[in-house]
Design a protein around this ligand. Structure first.
Ligand code: AR6
Length: 178
């Protein structure tokens, strides 16, 4: 039988900053003061007020997440998650990555978020192998969604074809009947 959580996944290709949803997830660094990749794109699209609010948060440890407003983004909130830097896999990277996804689900509950897109956290500048990260993301979200009936859709936002193919394969493995 299909796990109802599996029916909430939406695999999409595109730019997370354009999404009209309750909250988007950022792949931030522990300073929370912006950077390149999706973080840079989110700060550019949200405007300088986002950085102002981020300055007040005092950073964020790896594996955790903090929420801000979305300002000029179509999304109401941004959940800034700090993924691990890939060091080969034996420094707790898997667990730290899973923790990012769990933290964002907790924030979703707290903020009454029903639609939540994630980028491929840690899979760019931080070098996490995308096939492995995709399986961790889907497994962790699938588990966490069991206790989150208010979430209607979780978007897995892939910026390029390689990421898209990796997520499509991981979805097939983790949610074979969906
Ligand atoms: N929409 C969706 N996904 C995107 C977008 C976008 N607009 N832009 C890039 N991606 P990365 P990390 C994808 O490097 O590996 C920053 O400097 C990208 O193709 O953004 O967690 C932070 O400040 C990749 O698949 O994040 C940190 O210092 C994924 O998003 C550091 O990079 C994540 O790539 C974090 O590194």
């Amino acid at each position: 039988m299909t796990d109802p959580a599996c029916n909430k996944f939406r695999l999409v290709k595109g730019d997370i900053t354009r999404m009209e949803v309750d909250a988007i997830v950022n792949a931030a660094n522990s300073s929370l003061l912006g950077g390149g990749g999706v973080d840079g794109a989110i700060h550019r699209a949200a405007g300088p007020e986002l950085l102002e609010e981020c300055r007040k948060l005092g950073g964020c440890p790896t594996g955790k997440a903090k929420a801000t407003q979305g300002y000029r983004l179509p999304a109401k909130y941004v959940f800034h998650a700090v993924g691990p830097v890939w060091h080969g896999g034996d420094r707790g990277e898997d667990e730290l990555l899973a923790s990012c996804y769990r933290e964002c689900l907790h924030l979703a509950k707290q903020y009454g978020v029903r639609t939540l897109p994630f980028p491929a956290i840690s899979c760019g500048a931080y070098g996490f192998p995308v096939e492995r990260a995709a399986r961790i993301a889907i497994r962790t979200l699938r588990e966490g969604l069991q206790s989150q009936p208010q979430i209607e859709a979780v978007y897995l936002v892939c910026f390029d074809d390689h990421t898209y193919r990796a997520y499509r394969q991981a979805l097939k493995e983790e949610c074979p009947d969906a």
